[in-house]
Design a protein around this ligand. Structure first.
Ligand code: GLP
Length: 256
């Protein structure tokens, strides 16, 4: 795992966006796995800036989103579909036919999940998967106890996640209880995983994910078994890492 610690949120976003920009530049047909939540918002703003100010061309990229709430149509302002168009896709020159976001209104969820997996496979693999981390250590919606080999499927959200999400809805009753999510196994097949985390609120769970045991109770810890995972953290999110000084040392002394 490569742990990169930056001073603040803006610096994380610049680092992550630069990484993605280089990928897109070298491989215009790159397959990007994308995430929602407040964490990647700054990254998406920076990608939009690179497109508008520096002409970064997204016309051939292919995207797959990690997850979607079940029961929310794409037009619902809290659906992840709406989020992605509002915060990224409407502002770059992505080809809409190359965008894949799980359909939370699918009739036969199991069949739909199998189709989603097959779609990813049809492109070979995801080149780079962007990830955030939930307050209970989940990636996508792989809640504690999710199999580390899991595939795209329906997942019942924990009370904690429902509570975390309640701030976005008018009433607690409206918060979805179920989601379609890529599995940990699906995510682990991405060539590179790029996890972003910022703020003190994530410090404990980030330390568990990076330095704790690999466990289904903290599904982000599976990244310890990934051959190319990069974690970009701000100082606050990194503050509980035992090896904090070492990660900084490694970054500052990168071999040419
Ligand atoms: C949801 C999403 C995750 C995201 C997490 C953290 O659970 N399914 O992909 O990482 O929220 O969200 P935030 O970035 O707002 O802390």
């Amino acid at each position: 795992m490569e742990v990169i610690i930056k001073s603040d949120y803006d610096a994380i976003n610049r680092e992550a966006a630069q990484y993605i920009a280089e990928l897109v530049y070298h491989k215009p047909t790159v397959v990007l796995g994308l995430a929602t939540g407040s964490t990647p918002l700054g990254l998406y703003r920076e990608l939009i800036r690179l497109h508008k100010d520096e002409g970064l061309d997204f016309s051939k990229i292919v995207t797959f989103n990690l997850d979607e709430y079940i029961g929310l149509p794409a037009t619902h302002d809290q659906s992840y579909n709406f989020f992605m168009w509002d915060n990224l896709f409407n502002h770059i020159n992505v080809n809409p036919t190359n965008v894949h976001i799980p359909n939370g209104m699918a009739g036969d969820i199991d069949a739909y999940c199998e189709w989603y997996e097959n779609e990813i496979e049809a492109y070979g693999h995801i080149d780079l998967q962007v990830l955030g981390i939930g307050s209970d250590g989940h990636i996508a919606f792989n809640e504690p106890g999710s199999s580390l080999g899991s595939r795209t499927r329906l997942k019942t959200l924990t009370k904690q996640t429902v509570e975390d999400n309640a701030r976005f809805f008018d009433t607690p009753e409206e918060v979805p209880r179920y989601a379609i999510t890529m599995g940990v196994g699906t995510i682990m097949e991405a060539r590179t995983c790029l996890l972003l985390a910022n703020g003190e609120g994530k410090a404990k769970v980030v330390a568990e994910a990076i330095e704790g045991p690999v466990t289904a109770m903290v599904t982000a810890s599976a990244l310890q078994l990934h051959q190319d995972s990069i974690l970009i953290l701000d100082d606050a999110a990194a503050s509980k890492l035992k090896q904090y000084d070492y990660y900084k040392w490694v970054y500052d002394n990168k071999p040419e």
